[in-house]
Write a protein that binds this ligand. Structure first.
Ligand code: 5CA
Length: 475
């Protein structure tokens, strides 16, 4: 049998790759993440708020997406894919076609029918549900997708942070009653806490406003950053919480509720729901006012869509009841901006190990030197044989230029190979975050890199991590 074509099967020598880094700082970019994504050749603006994803950006987008899929699988949610173009008719049923306003991109097809580019998908998923589910015995059910969305933002800015076209995970739960739907809400909160931590982020759930999605119960997840668009108020105690390596049974209502309680007890709210009197009760030395990037939001809205759209199931007593629903979003493309805002320095990006586009860079200081070439090739092959994904800078360039590129694109680890070191049998292993370097024999450097990534290859709970799989086999 042919082995599966994995990501690692691609040739990752820089001379054969497409990494259009920019020397100049683009003047249109106001914040670090936008500047760095453009400079590192991750994205190119196609038109206002709409971007093409170049190889490096696309690779990180896929990594972030894979973490989202893995964590959704762990929580028991089921992936589907819905179209981006939808008929306006469904949105008339829910009453949102007129309510949604100018953010919705509307168009007509050749027959004059009203169409739209999906800004979210409550209506479409409810239509799928009502067509196929009729009994409480088929509940609970949570369907989700990762799909492009379009919102005609009045001021698209900060690159992928506030785009018009953006990539979003949107999930929808269908439950028989309030208690079961609240468990779905809690399960999503727990699952999201895990998801963001795996990306090296601290995202704080904060009580928020539900906007056009509707409902009273909603939390936004915020990554603290000066450049964030939301004003937030919180008790600093919440920043000490860590999900860590806990094992969670996602079917256990009490266990999920306890975790939600832990994260929702300290005060944390966006300005929309901020309550000055309540905030004043937080000990003064722990009161924080700051800014944050919203990387996700969860909603419980009960029967807001199921009732007008007739999404009912037969309950145990034989009576038809509208299902209780919620929706749950993660800003997948925005996350790339958020991760960079949280992790960069003046030289460039510093990728957390969980989402780095390549595990390790290899810099050959003297391309064309037989020994340096052979040692670099051998390190490249050894890392690949271990299932790792190295990027080998095999260009005939000055060392300074190679280091600048590696620092800019932010690979967490770099192995530097040069004739001088090789005479002593050593190469250099450098940590991007701390800047510290250590000399060691090539085999040992390979071994160390493998050890560093080992935790990212075994995520426990029966969900195999992406690094061992071919593209998209999570489905
Ligand atoms: N239907 C619900 C949940 S699926 C929903 O649409 N929620 S949302 O409006 O809060 O969007 C979910 C996430 O998408 C947000 O938390 C944010 O991270 C991301 N997002 C929203 N608008 C944009 C945008 N213009 N650009 C980039 N990301 C965005």
């Amino acid at each position: 049998m042919e082995p599966a074509l994995t990501e690692g099967a691609f040739d990752m020598r820089l001379t054969r790759y497409f990494l259009p880094v920019l020397k100049e700082t683009p003047s249109e970019a106001q914040i670090a993440s936008h500047r760095l994504m453009l400079r590192a050749g991750m994205i190119k603006q196609a038109t206002a708020g709409i971007y093409s994803w170049l190889p490096l950006g696309f690779k990180v987008l896929r990594k972030v997406e894979n973490i989202v899929h893995e964590e959704q699988a762990r929580a028991g949610h089921i992936p589907i894919q819905m179209p981006v173009l939808q008929s306006a008719d469904l949105w008339r049923e829910s009453g949102r076609y007129d309510d949604y306003g100018e953010e919705m991109l509307r168009m007509k097809d050749r027959h004059g029918r009203d169409m739209l580019y999906t800004p979210t998908a409550e209506e479409l998923v409810t239509d799928i549900f009502r067509a196929h589910v009729g009994s409480y015995k088929d509940l609970p059910l949570t369907l989700y997708q990762i799909q492009w969305k379009f919102r005609d933002e009045i001021r698209p800015r900060f690159g992928v942070m506030r785009g018009r076209e953006f990539y979003m995970k949107d999930g929808y739960n269908f439950d028989l009653d309030y208690d079961s739907a609240i468990h779905a809400y809690n399960r999503h909160m727990v699952s999201y806490l895990r998801t963001y931590e795996r990306m090296g982020l601290q995202a704080i759930p904060m009580r928020a406003d539900s906007g056009p999605i509707g409902g009273d119960d909603t939390h936004e997840f915020l990554v603290l950053a000066e450049t964030g668009e939301s004003e937030v108020f919180y008790d600093s105690a919440i920043t000490t919480l860590q999900f860590g390596e806990r094992e969670v049974d996602f079917d256990d209502r009490d266990a999920c509720a306890a975790i939600v309680k832990e994260w929702t007890t300290p005060y944390a709210r966006t300005d929309e729901t901020h309550d000055a009197d309540l905030f004043a009760q937080v000990p003064q030395e722990r009161q924080r006012r700051s800014r944050g990037i919203e990387v996700g939001q969860i909603f419980y809205f009960g029967t807001k869509y199921s009732e007008p759209m007739g999404a009912t199931v037969q309950g145990p007593d034989g009576k038809a009841v509208p299902v209780h629903m919620g929706s749950h979003g993660i800003g997948v493309s925005r996350l790339l901006g958020a991760i960079i805002e949280a992790s960069h320095d003046d030289k460039g990006i510093i990728w957390p190990e969980g989402v780095t586009p390549f595990h390790c860079g290899i810099v050959n200081l003297k391309q064309g030197d037989d020994e340096a070439d052979a040692a670099s090739e051998s390190i490249y092959a050894s890392l690949k044989a271990l299932g790792l994904d190295p990027l080998y800078d095999d260009r005939d360039e000055r060392a300074g230029g190679k280091f600048a590129t590696m620092d800019l694109i932010g690979l967490p680890w770099r192995i530097t190979v040069g004739p001088r070191g090789l005479k002593n049998g050593v190469v250099e292993l450098t940590c991007r975050r701390t800047g510290t370097s250590e000399e060691m024999p090539p085999e040992q450097a390979v071994e160390r890199v493998a050890q560093i990534y080992a935790p990212h290859f075994s995520s426990g709970s029966g969900v195999e991590p992406m690094a061992n799989r071919s593209f998209h086999t999570w489905l």
